[in-house]
Structure formats: C-alpha cells, structure tokens
Unconditional design. Structure first.
Length: 437
C-alpha cells in the first residue's frame, strides 16, 4: 500500500515512502523496508503492516515502514489492559497499541461452535455438486509483521490472529484461512535449522483452532522467495525446510502448504518452478500426502500477468504424486494492481483481470485459487468484486476459491481490513461474500 501519509489512531501522522512498482509486474500488494542494502533485501509483505489488536482500553498510534506502501493503524475492541508496542519494519518503525490474545491464550478463550463446523464442512462437501466455490476465506495477518526485528518479541514486533475473530468469520461461512508467518522466526539462523518450539507452538494453536472447526488452514511463509534478505537458491535447503514443517502437520488433512508468498525479481522463472517442486517434494517426503500444496509464481504471482510473466510456461510442468497442486494467484483491482488504493479501475475489472488465468487453468486442466484479493468500500469496487467472485464461481471447475486480503488484529483502519466487527472490508463486504458460501 503506497501512501504519502498515514493517519493514525491518535491523530498522529507518519510520513512514508511512495516508490514505483517494478516493471516486471505492476501487480501485487507488496511491502518492503524503507531502505534496502541491495535489491535482494527481504520484504515485509503486502500483508506486513503493523496495526493493532482488537479492542484496547486505550488507543495508541502506530506507524509502519514500507517502500511500496504503508497503511494506517488504530485500535479497537475490548481488553482490560493495553500495551504500547512498536512494530519495526526494516529501517523504519511503526508503533502500535497492543491488546493481543496470543495463541497460547486465545485458543482457550474462543470456543469452536457447532455452527462453524457445519458451515465450513458443508461448504466444501457441496461445492462440486452445486457449482459453488469450495473455499472462501480470509488472510489472517500478524505473525509476519516486524521483519526488522528477528526473531522479535510477541506483542511488540508481531502478533497472532485472534481466534475469536476467526470464529466470527466462520460463523459467517468462511472456511479457509491463510496464516502468514516468517521463515526466519520458525527456522532461526539458517533455513534448515530445527523449528523454534515457541513460534511453532503458536502457529499450531491457530492452525488447530481452524481445522478442528472443519476449516482449512493455509500455512504461508510470507518471504517473497527470500531468507534473511537473500534470494533462496538452494532447492535442497528449501526442500529440507518444507520437510521439517510438513512433518509437524502431516496428520492434519485440513492443513494446506503454501510454498512461498509472492516470488519477485528472481534470477529466473525456472528457479521459481524448481523451488515450488522442492516444496512439493519436501511435503510429500514428510508423509503429508493428503494435503493440498499451493504453488505461487514470480511477478508477485499476479493472475492478470500469469501468462505474460512467464509463470504459465515455467510452472505448468510441476508434478505431485498426490495430485493436489493448486496454483495460487493474487489479484487487486486498482490501476497498477498493487492493492495500494481503494479505487478500482472499473466496475468490470475484476472479471477481466482473471480471464487469461482462467483460460490457462482450463486449457491445462489445472486448479487455481486467488490467495489474495480485495477492493475498496465504494460502489465501483463493490460491483467489480462481485463480478470477480461471480467469474470465479462460473469457472468453479478450475477455481477452488478465494481469500480476502486481509484480516488480523493489527490492521485497524486499513482500507481492506476484514477484521470483525468494524474493519472497513468487513463492514463493506462480509455479507456480500457470505452469499457465495
């Protein structure tokens, strides 16, 4: 999200950088540090903003760093105490008032209700017979924040999604949730390191909450094809990372493995395909044979550039002995497709931007999912978003679903926030999206 200024909860302003998106793809919602020492610097994420968890007794301001964007922070929801938190992104900082329920506490406080189980399981089972999408859900951000502080401090540099918010979305019918996290926090020091017990336990808490309710949990290393600031080039190391991770979730068929978020500026499309293949091989070597694997392309995995970027040719040959590959693409509807503006190009742009990708999926007998999409809270975008989901539904033989960007307790007044009860995206779109479930 690119803004010249971000207006924060307590009325403060934070000046942030506005930088052009690379020519390789004017496509995807993307964050990175305000300054980078090289073109290979690790990025903070389209998801990576800092914003504060639901309902604190006092509000505080938050500021977040990004080259390509930054979004605003404010606080709302009910917690008896609040903690002032600073969320550092590389070379720029964001402060945030934190009222978190971290996984260790939230899992115990939010019960899995019968209605949530029924809605998520029935949606998946009936999708093929009704022509509806199998999945519709939300990205749940927080654990990927604070890229400038590794491993960072829970509640200060990063947080975890609130299970109570996920429950609310499940009660509305949402049945898939993507959980971004940082590889550097899970495998500390080196990509092949043993997994950090605390961070892993917190991730498992959120995953288990979702899957116990019949939903699907997408485990998403939100790293842009990088580890500790450098492009991942060792397919062997990447396979080891994924074998280590998948071993921890091999018995849960409702877990989905998302190989890596939004590769970009890679040495070649071939490397991206090889890394995705290594991910698939590592997952299956761990004994996780029943789960879907989501693979992403380069150029921020944009749907509208899937063919023109070379992803179509490079990725078509991926193989999986379990035959459960799903091609994950992302799509925003503003002029450059970056997801930094709440203005949509036209009321028909949603369906138009996925047309070529849909044709490719059909021609090659592949399955796809929109791993990120969003639009502003205005009539043009609302029509465009509806047209987009209508187009996905009409092609539900190849599109399995879509996930809104983004939810999570630290988004506050972010233009697309799907955080209940008052997120801008939630109030504008939850009832519309629920009609597709």
């Amino acid at each position: 999200m690119r803004f010249s200024k971000t207006f924060l909860a307590a009325g403060f302003t934070a000046s942030v950088f506005a930088a052009p998106i690379p020519d390789e793809d004017n496509g995807e919602c993307y964050w990175e540090p305000e300054e980078t020492s090289s073109a290979l610097a690790v990025v903070a994420s389209s998801t990576s903003a800092s914003l504060v968890a639901s309902s604190v007794s006092t509000s505080a301001a938050a500021s977040l760093a990004a080259t390509k964007a930054v979004t605003s922070a404010s606080v709302a929801s009910s917690v008896s105490t609040s903690v002032a938190a600073s969320l550092a992104a590389t070379k720029a900082v964001t402060s945030a008032s934190v009222a978190t329920s971290s996984p260790s506490s939230t899992a115990a406080t939010a019960a899995v209700t019968t209605s949530a189980v029924a809605s998520s399981s029935s949606s998946a089972s009936s999708a093929s017979s009704t022509g509806a999408l199998e999945w519709l859900g939300v990205n749940e951000s927080g654990a990927e924040f604070g890229t400038g502080n590794i491993p960072g401090v829970l509640g200060t540099d990063y947080t975890w999604p609130l299970t109570a918010s996920i429950q609310t979305l499940m009660d509305k019918g949402m049945n898939i949730f993507r959980i971004p996290f940082l590889m550097e926090r899970l495998a500390q020091g080196t990509i092949t390191a043993s997994l950090d017990a605390t961070y892993l336990a917190d991730l498992k808490t959120i995953v288990s909450f979702i899957t116990a309710a019949g939903g699907h949990a997408v485990i998403d290393p939100h790293n842009y094809g990088r580890y500790s600031g450098s492009i991942i080039t060792s397919t062997s190391d990447f396979q080891t990372f994924w074998q280590n991770v998948a071993t921890e979730f091999a018995s849960d068929s409702n877990v989905v493995f998302d190989c890596n978020n939004e590769f970009h500026d890679m040495p070649s499309n071939t490397l991206v395909a090889e890394l995705n293949q290594a991910c698939i091989d590592g997952v299956r070597a761990a004994g996780a044979t029943t789960q879907y694997v989501f693979v992403e392309g380069t150029s921020y995995t944009g749907a509208w550039t899937w063919v023109s970027s070379g992803n179509a040719d490079a990725m078509v040959g991926l193989t999986d002995p379990s035959d459960k590959i799903v091609y994950e693409m992302h799509q925003y509807l503003d002029s450059d497709g970056s997801g930094t503006s709440d203005t949509c190009v036209s009321s028909t742009i949603g369906s138009e931007r996925i047309a070529a990708a849909t044709a490719w999926l059909k021609a090659n007998n592949k399955k796809g999912i929109l791993g990120e999409f969003a639009g502003g809270a205005n009539s043009v975008c609302e029509t465009a978003v509806t047209g987009l989901v209508d187009a996905l539904t009409a092609a539900s033989d190849v599109w399995m679903g879509a996930m809104w960007w983004g939810g999570g307790p630290w988004w506050a007044e972010y233009i697309f926030s799907m955080e209940p009860p008052s997120g801008t995206g939630y109030t504008a779109y939850i009832d519309t999206l629920a009609k597709y479930i």
